[in-house]
Ligand binder design. Structure first.
Ligand code: ASP
Length: 337
């Protein structure tokens, strides 16, 4: 039996202008700890890495602090388009969805594509129809909206000359930290400064896991980038770019400037460096994030776990919401470097 481990991320980005209060940091860290404990229990009980990453990402989607599921950012048209992917390192089976508009938990739709179709990727109307046909819960699009994300869209549209500024390009403004609602709590002006600058945060959530049977899995889910053009798809649902898992190397979930992660085939590049060049997980993931990504002006990070249970969580931004939990141990979470 292997020692199981689960690692998650909730997006990478720049430090908030006004440093987050201890209360705010604590709220984010508590949310991550709770998600790690709840999804980690699956591994403690001998469950699969696939189930653990599915549940971790589902819980991250349900938490409005993070840009996936409820709390997703808006497109330039004021709509939501959600993307997700999942991959099983044991079989190399994978499933992904893009441009979902009403499916409550995109990661469950990705999993259904993997397990209940012969295909890997469904988009837009076809993805919606597939999810409905397989009984997944659908909601009104407004379910995903929060006042904070709408304010974020309006701010980006006000400050961007061509109206297409993306999250990570957003010109920082004095009010660039967006007030967020906390799970189960009301909006509190004391909590208005998120630990990472919401105007420049690369929001996406993801999870990777190694289970006690030695199997790896990865899942990633996102609302994309604030003010993205309708129809734009980033790296998240692209297998090998935003999500990858293979038992012979590692499981990876990324967050960052999606176009650059696609161009680098970033997640697969980490696995390839391990497989073909014999690099360690740490070396391979650091090369991609700290050496390759900056060459094309990309920014972001990833969480990764290898078949021995090593965890790597590099990022080239000022912070990344991240954490991991090992069987029988307390969760470890962090935001800044
Ligand atoms: N990588 C995601 C995308 O490009 C979002 C992000 O992490 O910023 O859609």
């Amino acid at each position: 039996m292997t020692d199981a481990v689960l690692a998650i991320h909730g997006g990478a980005g720049a430090m908030a202008r006004e440093e987050a209060s201890a209360d705010v940091r604590e709220a984010y860290q508590n949310a991550m700890r709770e998600i790690l404990r709840n999804a980690g229990r699956i591994l403690d009980e001998g469950g699969t890495a696939l189930d653990a990453v599915t549940e971790a990402v589902r819980l991250l989607e349900e938490c409005p602090l993070f840009n996936a599921g409820r709390g997703s950012v808006f497109t330039s048209a004021g709509t939501h388009e959600l993307d997700a992917a999942i991959m099983d390192g044991r079989t190399l089976k994978s499933g992904a969805v893009a441009n979902l508009r009403t499916v409550r938990n995109p990661v469950l739709a990705a999993r259904a594509v993997m397990e209940r179709s012969q295909h890997v990727l469904f988009v837009a109307d076809g993805a919606e129809a597939f999810a409905r046909a397989h009984g997944l819960e659908c909601v009104e699009p407004a379910f995903f909206s929060t006042p904070e994300r709408r304010a974020q869209l309006e701010r980006v549209q006000r400050t961007s000359a061509d109206g297409t500024a993306l999250d990570h390009d957003g010109t920082p403004t004095a009010q660039s930290a967006v007030p967020l609602s906390f799970p189960g709590g009301s909006q509190d002006s004391a909590l208005s400064s998120a630990p990472l600058d919401e105007g420049r945060k690369l929001g996406t959530v993801g999870a990777v896991a190694l289970d006690a049977h030695g199997n790896l899995a990865a899942a990633t889910s996102t609302g994309g980038m604030t003010n993205k053009q309708p129809g734009r798809v980033g790296d998240t649902p692209i297998i090998g770019a935003g999500c990858y898992a293979s038992n012979d190397t590692c499981a990876i979930s990324t967050t960052g400037t999606g176009e650059m992660f696609i161009r680098l085939v970033a997640a697969h590049d980490v696995a390839a460096r391990m497989k073909y060049a014999g690099a360690s997980l740490e070396r391979a993931s650091h090369s991609v994030i700290h050496e390759q990504l900056p060459l094309i002006d990309g920014s972001g990070g990833l969480v990764a776990v290898d078949a021995h249970g090593n965890v790597s969580m590099p990022f080239n931004t000022e912070g990344m919401y991240r954490g991991f939990i090992r069987t029988g141990q307390a969760p470890v979470v962090a935001i800044y470097r």
